[in-house]
Design a protein. Structure first.
Length: 371
C-alpha cells in the first residue's frame, strides 16, 4: 500500500486493567522502535479510571520502571478524542468546547493488555470508526482472552489441551463444594486463574486441597469467572511466535521458560521485574527437531483456529513423551525488552524495529469492514 504522506500511527496504551503498567512499558518500547522517518507517531494514554489523554511520542518512549514500580499514563495531558471524518479518522485534543491539534490517524497500535483492550472491546470501537489497527479482530481477541472459551474453541478444532475446569463467581457462591469436587478430579497441583486475566496476575499454584479456597477467592477478585488447570509439572514450557505472512502464518524459533520462582511458575515478578533473576529464557530452546516441528505446527493451527490476525504468541507444554499441549494464545503479547515475543523473532532474524514495522504494515494493508 502506498501513502501520499507518512502514515500516522496512534499508539494506544495504559488502560483500566490490572496490566496498566505493563502496557505502559510495552508502549515505551514500541514507540522507541518506530522509525521516525517512516511514521508519524502520536500517543493515546488511557488512565486507570478510563480517561483518554493525548501523550507526546517522546513522553511515551520515556516511560520506565523506577524502584520496582511500573509506570503509569502521564497525568495532566489534554483529553484525546477520536472521531470519524468522512473516510478518515481524526485524533484531536479537547480544549474546553473546542477540538484542536487535529491529525489524521492511519492505524492504531493497541498495546492494551488484559480486559478492555486485548479482549475485543477496543477493536470493536475501531471497526465502527473505520480505523485500521494492529492485531486480531473482535472475535479472535475475545475468544483468546477468555481461557474457558479459548479451550473450548481449540478442543473443537481438534487441538490438544490439558485437563481443566471452570466456574463463575455465582456458581462458586451457590455450591462451593461442587466446584471443589470438579477441581479435585484434576489432581494436584493445579493452577487457579482468572479466566480473562493476563501477565500471571491473580494466578495461584495450589499443591493440596487446603489451598484451593483462598486461591479461588484470589482469582475471583480479578474476574467473576475462574479457570482451574491441571499442573503439568514435568512438562517443559515452550513458546512460539506467529506472524501473518504472504503465504499464511509464519512461526519463529521456539523458546523455553525455566522458572525458579517461589510461586512455582512464570509469575508477574519474573516477567516484568527481571532483576529478580527468577527465570531463564532459553532462545532458542534446545529440543529435538521433530518436537520443534510439532510445536510450530500446533502454533499455526492454534492461530488459525481462533481466527487470529497479525501476530500471536502460542504457549505450549511439551510432555516427557513428546506430546504438545496448548496452554494459551496471546493475541497482544508483551513488547518490553524482556518479553518473549520480540526475543523469539530477533532470534529468527527479525529485529525489534523491523518486527514493529511489519506489524504496522500488515495493519495498513488490512481491508476495512468484514473480511
Amino acid at each position: 500500500m502506498t501513502h501520499p504522506r507518512r502514515p500516522t500511527v496512534a499508539v494506544v496504551f495504559g488502560g483500566a486493567s490490572t496490566e496498566h503498567g505493563v502496557s505502559c512499558l510495552t508502549a515505551a518500547g514500541v514507540v522507541a522502535a518506530l522509525d521516525a522517518e517512516r511514521y508519524d507517531v502520536v500517543g493515546i494514554g488511557i488512565t486507570a479510571d478510563g480517561a483518554w489523554l493525548r501523550v507526546a511520542a517522546e513522553d511515551v518512549a520515556a516511560l520506565v520502571t523506577v524502584d520496582g514500580r511500573l509506570p503509569t499514563v502521564p497525568p495532566g495531558r489534554p483529553q484525546a478524542v477520536l472521531l470519524p471524518a468522512g473516510d478518515q479518522v481524526v485524533l484531536a485534543s479537547r480544549e474546553g468546547d473546542r477540538l484542536v491539534e487535529e491529525v489524521v490517524v492511519d492505524v492504531a497500535f493497541t498495546l492494551l493488555h488484559g480486559p478492555y483492550g486485548e479482549d475485543g472491546t477496543i477493536q470493536g470501537m475501531f471497526e465502527m470508526l473505520g480505523l485500521r489497527y494492529v492485531g486480531s479482530g473482535v472475535s479472535a481477541s475475545a475468544v483468546s482472552m477468555d481461557k474457558e472459551r479459548m479451550k473450548q474453541v481449540l478442543s473443537a478444532a481438534g487441538l490438544p489441551v490439558g485437563p481443566w475446569t471452570s466456574f463463575t463467581a455465582a456458581r462458586w457462591a451457590a455450591d462451593q463444594s461442587l466446584c471443589l469436587e470438579a477441581v479435585a478430579t484434576l489432581g494436584f497441583p493445579v493452577f487457579v486463574k482468572p479466566a480473562r486475566g493476563g501477565s500471571s496476575i491473580g494466578i495461584t499454584r495450589v499443591d493440596e486441597p487446603s489451598g484451593l479456597v483462598p486461591a479461588v477467592e484470589t482469582a475471583l477478585a480479578h474476574d467473576p469467572k475462574c479457570v482451574v488447570e491441571k499442573g503439568l509439572v514435568e512438562a517443559r514450557e515452550i513458546e512460539c511466535g506467529v506472524l501473518d505472512g504472504p503465504a499464511g502464518p509464519e512461526t519463529s524459533v521456539v523458546a523455553e521458560i525455566v522458572t525458579r520462582t517461589a510461586s512455582g511458575f512464570y509469575d508477574f515478578e519474573a516477567k516484568y521485574l527481571p532483576e529478580e533473576e527468577q527465570v531463564d529464557l532459553l532462545v532458542p530452546a534446545v529440543m529435538e527437531e521433530d518436537v520443534v516441528a510439532r510445536v510450530r505446527e500446533v502454533a499455526v493451527r492454534t492461530f488459525t483456529a481462533v481466527g487470529a490476525e497479525g501476530l500471536g504468541r502460542v504457549d505450549t507444554f511439551v510432555t516427557r513423551d513428546g506430546q504438545v499441549l496448548v496452554n494459551e494464545i496471546n493475541t497482544m503479547p508483551g513488547f518490553t525488552e524482556h518479553s518473549m515475543f520480540p526475543m523469539v523473532w530477533s532470534a529468527s532474524g527479525l529485529g525489534y524495529p523491523d518486527l514493529v514495522a511489519r506489524l504496522v504494515e500488515l495493519a495498513l494493508a488490512r481491508p476495512l469492514g468484514l473480511r
